[in-house]
Ligand binder design. Structure first.
Ligand SMILES: O=C(O)C(=O)C[C@]1(C(=O)O)C=C[C@@H](O)C=C1
Length: 169
């Protein structure tokens, strides 16, 4: 196992942030929505064990994904305010973007579970950083989206003591 599937799923979620930012540019809604974050994290916590993960671990991981999402939104909104314009590509409304985020949730948790063995290895921090670097280069990510991967991977390495639950436990 390596980090490629996990990075793919993290990057997929980050790519949705671009469209969330556009919807917020249109609506003027703030990036931060405390109630929505709480809802997401409650669901993640309750679905963790079905994916073979501890609730706290899954919640911490998702807190990082939400932070990565906000970094991208703040970064893009600042670029668009600088330019006094945002791209005029068609964008889905926030409700359908949230449905897409919800659908990705299980895939992200499965990808985290799949990475479990490397997460506890001594070389995890180096392997994670190298995988992010290679992934960002291979996908020609700009510095904002590269940094979002760094943020999303921030707590993937866990040290040897944490133990995963068996699915359904
Ligand atoms: O749903 C939104 O409004 C988003 O901006 C997405 C998201 C997330 O990553 O899930 C990020 C920031 C908000 O505080 C809530 C949720």
């Amino acid at each position: 196992a390596d980090f490629n599937l996990l990075l793919d799923k993290i990057n997929e979620r980050v790519a949705i942030a671009d469209q969330v930012a556009l919807s917020k540019w249109d609506s003027g809604k703030p990036v931060f929505d405390a109630q929505r974050e709480a809802d997401v994290l409650v669901r993640v916590g309750s679905q963790a064990s079905a994916h073979g993960l501890l609730s706290d671990d899954a919640r911490r991981f998702f807190t990082d994904q939400i932070e990565a999402n906000k970094w991208v939104q703040y970064g893009l909104l600042a670029q668009w305010h600088m330019a006094n314009q945002a791209p005029d590509t068609t964008r889905p409304d926030l409700a359908s973007l949230r449905q897409r985020l919800d659908r990705l949730q299980g895939e992200l948790l499965n990808a985290l579970r799949q990475a479990e063995p490397i997460r506890h290895r001594e070389e995890c921090p180096h392997a994670a950083a190298a995988a992010i670097d290679a992934y960002a280069t291979a996908h020609s990510l700009d510095s904002l989206h590269r940094l979002a991967l760094v943020r999303g991977m921030a707590n993937v390495c866990q040290g040897p003591q944490a133990v995963a639950q068996t699915p359904g436990a």
